[in-house]
Design a protein around this ligand. Structure first.
Ligand code: ZN
Ligand code: ZN
Ligand code: FE
Length: 767
């Protein structure tokens, strides 16, 4: 032993390595291999310096690299040999600030099995305490005010640790060593139940009172992790209806929560992949099939066979969902807001905003720094497909295939996210929402400042959509002027394409066929684009094919009234407005006259190639929906009707860059006259669009040799269409790129904008 070689190593690790129990893990590992030295947090990650036997050093490094703590996410691992320092022990030393470096901040993490065990253990000092957490779980991003991630920099700063908590916090071998949000019933946040501004019970009593009220059909506003929820018994039709009325939310589905997977299975059809995502530490809402006769109130998801479901992700949720005789097994958990407003997240604001919506409140006194909605995903072919990326995922950066300058990309108007880049990271923000009120735009501006601060990003350039009326565009213009920064405007569907390429690690200059099927995007000709086949890359694109323009009466306003779009489609195709067609007979003759005049004179009509509007037109034509109460409602309801065994399709012609839609309308009208069931027509329509994509892809491959296809845009949230298209493309040997880390809808736009802007600069520099 005496003559075994000794050595030293310096290890630098970057990624999510703080707030995940990394240093205690290193401490224990060093102990195992009898190493001396230290570990510390830096603003760039974690740094380790160790002395020991060569053999042990190698094993230490190997184990650290291959088997880091479960929540850690290592992006960079560097080991250097050093001269021996002759340390006498191993210790955890204090953090070092390196100025402009940064580390990714952990998203919020659902309660871990150890903490859950304690929550229901009567012998534990935190028995039934709703704010249990440890280094492996608990609030993170939602409570962080600035970095480094230390307690004084979080909204826990006002809570003074009791001696017991402090002992755990200081003990390197304790699983709460430096767990910044550490708390217990003696020293941590507390809950209370409040009626009409008066606190009537606290702690366990408040929880029991909440449960009592919920089981009586009342509506309760609950303060959660990223904001308030409105909750009620999801099996109680009148409670759910009342919630809809108060929230003024017509038909848009509500999400529900159950205690565990077993209970969830009573209400939903769940496959193994879905179960894995439901129980993951991110705990998103997943969209899945409802079981018929499940007992869920009908008005949770009217007209749909799907439902959004999630499992508890905080200790408080577990206490509220705990099964008991006569207690509802499933609760509605919908965002605490009036329709269209952002979710309430501080107590004062909640009293004001939700006072008329809820019968009572369950409050707590831990402040929320960053408002976060629940994430919403679908699980397709083992992949997560984000619809709304927020709590649990944000602000985890995407690791890019190349280094980018520091860029601010301001995103789209609806389902907005923004994106900040530095090095090879893209920080796509959490879901900000639709930029239609001051609350949301203020949240947007604050969030940009917050991200810039915690990730230490000072944009060198700004990029935005081409739409002149987007709030995000005006914001970008103003900031670029104020700070004298270059501004790059990016076409909406080019951004969709680039976003899809970036998250699939695309680095080549080769062009890809971007099939951007979407609702609305501002085109370079001022038209509303949305049925676009773009051949391009980060640098540029060529518009190869698009749906033939139709005039959209009232422009984007028409999106609320599919029947207007349907009539415009019929008019453009030269088909008469026959009285037996649903969009026709639901209008008065006066309305028809006005609309016809508008179309003929082309007053206040915007040309559009939108695929979303084609779905609307077909949904109207088949009588499925004439007016919508939430985005894409018509398409979602039409998808729900699909007869899965129907293989028929309608013929769609495309030539000279134009895709003709008249043949589809004609065939559907014929099917309607022949009394073909709606489920069959719906299936045929979906099959036709999938076939169109395959046909054009094949044509482009034959003509130009392009074998890679990127599917992006909001229409690809349609699961049936996505699966059908993907399978068909794969079977023909195409390389198919889909979204899986960011939404395919406009929530993904900001990433694409950043990628394109970075390349503009690249081109400018070279030129
Ligand atoms: Zn835990
Ligand atoms: Zn304590
Ligand atoms: Fe879009």
């Amino acid at each position: 032993m005496k003559n075994d070689p000794v050595g030293a190593r310096r290890i630098n690790i970057r990624g999510i390595v703080q707030g995940v129990g990394f240093r205690p893990f290193v401490y224990t590992l060093a102990d195992k291999y009898a190493l001396t030295g230290w570990v510390r947090n830096t603003t760039a990650g974690v740094e380790i310096s160790v002395d020991g036997l060569e053999n042990n050093l190698d094993n230490f490094v190997r184990e650290l690299r291959l088997n880091p703590p479960s929540l850690a996410k290592i992006d960079h691992f560097q080991v250097k040999n050093e001269a021996i320092h002759s340390y006498t022990k191993f210790e955890i030393i204090s953090s070092q600030d390196e100025g402009t470096q940064f580390i990714p901040v952990s998203p919020d993490v659902s309660i871990c099995p150890d903490c859950l065990q304690e929550l229901f253990d009567p012998a534990d000092r935190r028995y039934r305490y709703p704010y249990i957490n440890c280094t492996k779980c608990g609030p993170r991003f939602s409570i962080i005010k600035k970095i480094p991630y230390d307690r004084p920099n979080t909204t826990m700063s006002g809570f003074v640790m009791c001696p017991d908590c402090l002992r755990e916090y200081d003990d390197p071998l304790n699983r709460r060593f430096h767990a910044q949000p550490i708390a217990c019933p003696q020293c941590g946040p507390q809950v209370w139940f409040e009626i009409h501004g008066k606190s009537v019970s606290k702690g366990e009593d408040a929880i029991q009172q909440t449960r009592q009220w919920l089981s009586e059909g009342k509506i309760i506003a609950l303060k959660g992790l990223g904001g308030f929820h409105l909750a009620c018994d999801a099996t109680n039709e009148s409670a759910v209806k009342l919630l809809r009325e108060r929230k003024r939310r017509i038909e848009k589905p509500f999400a529900v929560m159950t205690f565990d997977i077993e209970t969830a299975k009573r209400y939903c059809q769940l496959n193994q992949d879905e179960i894995a995502v439901l129980t993951s530490k991110e705990r998103p809402i997943i969209l899945c099939q409802q079981k018929p006769e499940s007992g869920l109130a009908r008005s949770i998801a009217p007209q749909l066979d799907t439902v959004g479901i999630m499992l508890p992700y905080t200790p408080l949720h577990y206490l509220l969902m705990e099964p008991a005789e006569g207690y509802p097994g499933v609760l509605v958990m919908t965002s605490g807001n009036m329709s269209e407003e952002p979710i309430a997240y501080n107590n004062e604001q909640a009293r004001e905003q939700l006072g008329r919506l809820a019968d009572a409140f369950l409050f707590h006194n831990r402040e929320i720094q960053t408002r976060l909605d629940d994430s919403l995903v679908e699980v397709n072919a083992k992949r997560i497909y984000h619809i709304r990326r927020s709590r649990g995922y944000a602000p985890l950066p995407l690791v890019l295939p190349l280094e980018l300058p520091q860029i601010l990309a301001t995103g789209a108007e609806l389902k907005n996210t923004f994106c900040l880049t530095r090095d090879n990271y893209a920080f796509v923000s959490h879901h900000i929402g639709d930029m239609e009120n001051l609350e949301t735009t203020t949240a947007y501006e604050n969030a940009i400042a917050h991200y810039q601060d915690i990730f230490r990003i000072q944009p060198e350039m700004i990029t935005c959509d081409m739409h002149p009326d987007y709030f995000a565009t005006r914001y970008a213009e103003e900031r670029s002027k104020q700070e004298s920064l270059p501004l790059v405007k990016v076409q909406h569907h080019h951004a969709h394409l680039a976003a899809c390429l970036a998250e699939n690690g695309w680095t080549s200059d080769e062009s890809v066929l971007g099939v951007c099927l979407d609702g609305t995007g501002y085109g370079t000709d001022g038209a509303i684009w949305g049925g676009e086949f773009l051949l391009g890359n980060y640098i540029g694109y060529k518009r190869l094919y698009h749906l033939r323009y139709i005039p959209l009466p009232g422009g984007d306003q028409a999106t609320r009234f599919p029947y207007r779009t349907a009539l415009a489609h019929l008019w453009s195709a030269g088909f008469p407005w026959e009285n037996d067609l649903p969009p026709v007979f639901q209008c008065t003759s006066e309305q028809l006259k006005i609309l016809e005049k508008q179309l003929q004179s082309n007053i206040n009509c915007l040309p559009t190639s939108s695929m979303g509007r084609l779905f609307d037109a077909v949904a109207s034509l088949t009588g499925i929906r004439q007016q919508v109460n939430y985005e894409a409602q018509a398409a979602i309801e039409m998808e729900a009707l699909i007869e899965p065994n129907e293989n028929g399709k309608y013929l769609i012609n495309f030539r000279d860059g134009i895709i003709e839609t008249a043949s589809i309308l004609k065939a559907i009208i014929a099917d309607l006259h022949n009394q073909i069931p709606l489920s069959t027509i719906s299936a045929r329509f979906h099959n036709s669009i999938a076939q169109l994509v395959v046909d054009i892809s094949t044509q482009v491959r034959d003509d130009l040799g392009c074998n890679s296809i990127a599917l992006s845009g909001g229409v690809w949230q349609n699961r049936y269409l996505l699966e059908d298209t993907r399978k068909n493309l794969l079977s023909r040997g195409f390389n198919v790129m889909l979204h899986s880390q960011i939404p395919t809808n406009d929530g993904g736009i900001s990433l694409g904008q950043a990628m394109i802007a970075a390349h503009t600069r690249h081109v400018l520099k070279e030129g």
